[in-house]
Write a protein that binds this ligand. Structure first.
Ligand code: FAD
Length: 328
């Protein structure tokens, strides 16, 4: 969804995020006598009872409306007046957006499914293990209780874990508007820091996560942040499959926090095919992925340090995924 009302520049993404989540996680820090008032601009509120109603409201209010799901990203942005939607359209009471269904070669998850629901779903964890591994790093139990899959993807923070998982696995996103449904690959959906290819009249309806059916497959998600629960400085995700001889038959690798969107490296991963994923080959892949990334620097970490983390974490994720595949 376009973000015309987000007044911070894209390059200031990390600083903006620090500020927003500082206020979100430390409400006492804004209640002192000298603290600035943190209160959203006035807005109209509508609760949609169905997806059709949500789409109708979006069509009517267009650019001046924002969907609200868990509110874990939107509410802090509004409280800081970085976003001033004239309308909030609440999609929390739409049952059709809350489901997890494993069907054939994909796990379909409704956009308004809470992150904690996904985290606790054993079948989802068995079929798409990268999701539970990624979710363990998303904020805190409290934020995952409210935060939704669709909200995280639509918010499109380049350091966020679920967008990286979607990018690495090649998830397919279904967007709904009054004009019908549109399917986008994750790579087409994320268009920049906190911006996506979704139109202002579209609601994310569901996400299709490909299931790898190979018997010997493994995945891993890892990251470095200032404190556990903080957004990652750099994150890495990998998934591999091995044949009976231990040779790699399929590989996927990605990095978060080192570009305007989460990055996948299909060409780097393809070079691992046919190898036994020896440590040297894995480190070479980590180096190549880091070389292709475009990290920026900020008060948390320099660009050089982020690139170093990218090398280390990409190789670490690949090794962990390989070891799980070997043990499968
Ligand atoms: C203290 C704290 C720590 C956090 N740490 C992390 C972290 O480590 N990693 C991480 O990834 N996130 C983190 N977050 C952010 C947050 O948990 C997620 O980004 C959040 O879950 C977004 O989901 P939501 O349902 O709350 O979305 P909302 O805040 O309701 O919405 C976010 C955006 O998505 C749009 N949107 C929501 N649903 C849809 C839909 N179905 N279709 C189209 N657009 C939609 C909204 O209009 C809005 O623009 C943290 C948040 C807090 C408060």
């Amino acid at each position: 969804m376009k973000t015309p009302r987000l007044s911070a520049p894209a390059k200031g993404c990390t600083r903006l995020r620090s500020l927003v989540y500082h206020f979100a996680s430390s409400p006492h820090s804004i209640s002192g006598t000298h603290a600035p008032a943190v209160k959203s601009a006035p807005f109209e509120y509508a609760r949609a009872g169905s997806l059709a109603e949500a789409c109708e409201l979006l069509a009517r209010h267009g650019d001046s409306a924002k969907l609200i799901a868990g509110g874990q990203s939107l509410v802090p942005l509004m409280a800081m007046r970085l976003l001033r939607p004239a309308w909030l359209i609440d999609i929390n009471e739409i049952p059709a957006l809350k489901f997890i269904r494993v069907e054939g070669d994909a796990a379909r998850v409704g956009a308004c499914t809470r992150q904690c629901t996904m985290e606790r779903d054993d079948e989802l964890a068995a079929r798409v293990p990268l999701l539970r591994q990624a979710l363990a790093w998303v904020g805190h139990a409290q934020t995952r209780n409210r935060g939704t899959l669709g909200g995280s993807l639509a918010h499109a923070d380049p350091s966020a874990e679920l967008p990286l998982a979607a990018q690495v696995l090649g998830a397919r996103l279904v967007l709904r508007s009054q004009k019908g449904a549109r399917n986008l690959e994750a790579g087409q959906f994320f268009s920049g820091p906190m911006s996506t290819a979704a139109r202002a009249d579209e609601c994310l309806e569901e996400i299709h996560w490909p299931i790898w059916t190979e018997k010997r497959a493994g995945s891993a998600f890892t990251e470095i942040s200032m404190r556990h629960g903080d957004f990652a400085m750099v994150s890495a995700a990998a998934q591999v499959a091995l044949d009976a001889e231990g040779r790699c038959t399929r590989a996927a690798l990605g990095l978060g926090g080192v570009g305007g969107t989460p990055l996948a490296f299909p060409k780097v991963a393809a070079r691992l095919l046919g190898t036994r994923l020896e440590d040297a080959a894995v480190q070479e892949a980590g180096n190549a992925a880091a070389a292709e990334s475009e990290p920026g620097g900020d008060l948390h970490a320099s660009a050089e340090y982020r690139r170093h983390l990218a090398r280390v974490l990409a190789a670490r994720a690949l090794r962990e995924a390989r070891d799980r595949a070997r043990a499968a």
